[in-house]
Write a protein that binds this ligand. Structure first.
Ligand code: FAD
Length: 393
């Protein structure tokens, strides 16, 4: 068995953990990423609104890691919308090499315990490695086992069945469609299409968040119904994105970050840009907590407050309320819902789609949105789960 010491251990080297490790390193902290998959490529296709990267100092470098971007985005409800807000998809290898500059240890973290004598933390890994650190960050993704989730928010999934093809029908080429709700189902799903610009097109039938997911076979049948049986498949994917979680309980040893900390937007399922935007405030808090010589408990508390400041916990509660309403809508409601949502100003709907928008702004956008809804939709929204407005910790 070996032993190492460092300032910060980051459990998980996905986009969130890598970005935070890089920022901690820039502040002069000794940081180590622990991940059994540290050398593996990131498999998911990460998309982002391009202006969501603007808050970072390295925004222009990050934009250069996009494999493709579009100046406009299509959404189809009962009407077609062309949104003038650029959207892009990362080239995972380029993004990884831009973000990843911290040393790595390839193993799984089994537990993190207090070392009372040294007023530090001990990380025990599956391979027997024992690491001591001043701060431990859990960036282990949505399925991380180191943090407890809030019980009053039921987690669900967004499920999708998709194919990548080099022979997509022309309607799906040279464009990006975020959501197409034109085919109405009682248990609704939408079509998501991406032309990657290299001849390959992703066509994906996707549900919004559901506590009971739509199965892969149903989604596949719906996809075939839309695009036809003849489209040759280069690859097939069935994904379930865990989402809908509230803010995790604030552990007294480990601080969450990224998807592990509930950064996945309750409505969109996105977290990458939100994690990239949060690294500065969180790395600064880690640096200050260590420099101030706070006790482990106070260090952990201080960093949690940077991960989820109280105003952003209120924002999350408002988003959870929106999510509870969405689950009650059928296909026709959703067409009307998105037609109304995207008739708001670009600034308003963009603010709503970020987890770090101040709660007063979210409440203002929700009020404007509510005023434009039909009475039947208002009723469904008003009677949605009020428990979701609980701001817990
Ligand atoms: C199919 C799919 C598509 C998605 N598309 C988008 C999208 O387009 N845009 C977007 O913003 N978001 C998207 N998301 C949501 C979210 O952004 C991703 O899940 C993203 O990968 C989260 O990044 P992360 O760094 O927080 O965690 P992850 O990328 O999940 O990384 C976690 C890492 O931690 C490691 N780990 C876990 N437990 C331990 C442990 N105990 N010890 C050591 N290591 C551990 C894992 O091996 C993993 O490498 C998508 C999610 C999925 C599943």
């Amino acid at each position: 068995m070996t032993e190492r010491n460092c300032d910060v251990v980051i459990v998980g080297g996905g986009p969130a953990g890598s970005a935070l490790a890089k920022d901690c390193g820039r502040l002069g902290l000794e940081v180590l990423i622990v991940d059994p998959l540290a050398n593996e490529p990131w498999r998911s296709t990460f998309g982002t609104w391009v202006d969501d990267l603007d808050d970072r100092d390295d925004a222009e470098d990050l934009k250069r890691t996009l494999r493709v971007s579009w100046p406009t985005v299509h959404v189809v409800g009962a009407r077609r919308h062309q949104l003038s807000r650029p959207y892009g998809f990362f080239d995972n290898e380029r993004l990884r090499s831009h973000l990843r500059d911290a040393p790595e240890h390839r193993s799984t973290v089994q537990e993190v315990v207090r070392d009372r004598e040294a007023d530090g933390l001990v990380i025990r890994c599956l391979d027997g490695e024992r690491i001591t650190a001043r701060v431990v960050i859990d960036a282990g993704g949505s399925r991380s086992s180191l943090l407890a989730r809030q019980r009053h928010h039921e987690g669900g999934v967004q499920s999708a069945f998709g194919i990548v093809t080099r022979n997509a029908p022309s309607t799906y080429r040279e464009c990006f469609t975020l959501m197409d709700w034109s085919v109405v189902h009682r248990d609704p799903s939408f079509l998501y299409t991406v032309d990657f610009g290299d001849g390959s097109v992703l066509l994906e039938e996707t549900s919004l968040y559901r506590t009971r997911p739509i199965d892969a076979q149903t989604l596949e049948q719906r996809l075939i119904g839309r695009v036809g049986v003849d489209v040759p498949r280069e690859s097939v994917e069935h994904v379930e994105i865990p989402m809908g979680w509230g803010v995790p309980s604030f552990s007294r040893t480990v601080v969450g970050f990224g998807a592990a900390a509930g950064f996945v937007h309750p409505v969109t399922g996105y977290s990458v840009a939100a994690s990239l935007r949060a690294t500065r405030r969180v790395s600064t808090a880690i640096d200050r907590a260590i420099a101030a010589g706070l006790s482990v408990e106070d260090r952990v508390q201080h960093v949690w407050e940077a991960v989820w400041p109280s105003n952003l916990r209120r924002t999350r509660a408002l988003h959870q309320y929106g999510l509870a309403s969405l689950e009650r809508f059928d296909g026709h409601d959703l067409q009307a819902f998105f037609d109304t949502f995207f008739s708001l100003s670009t600034q308003d709907w963009s603010d709503y789609l970020r987890i770090d928008t101040p709660p007063a702004t979210i409440a203002r956008v929700m009020t404007k949105f509510f005023a434009r809804m039909s009475w039947s939709m208002r009723l469904k929204v008003m009677t949605a789960n009020p428990l979701s407005l609980l701001v817990g910790r």
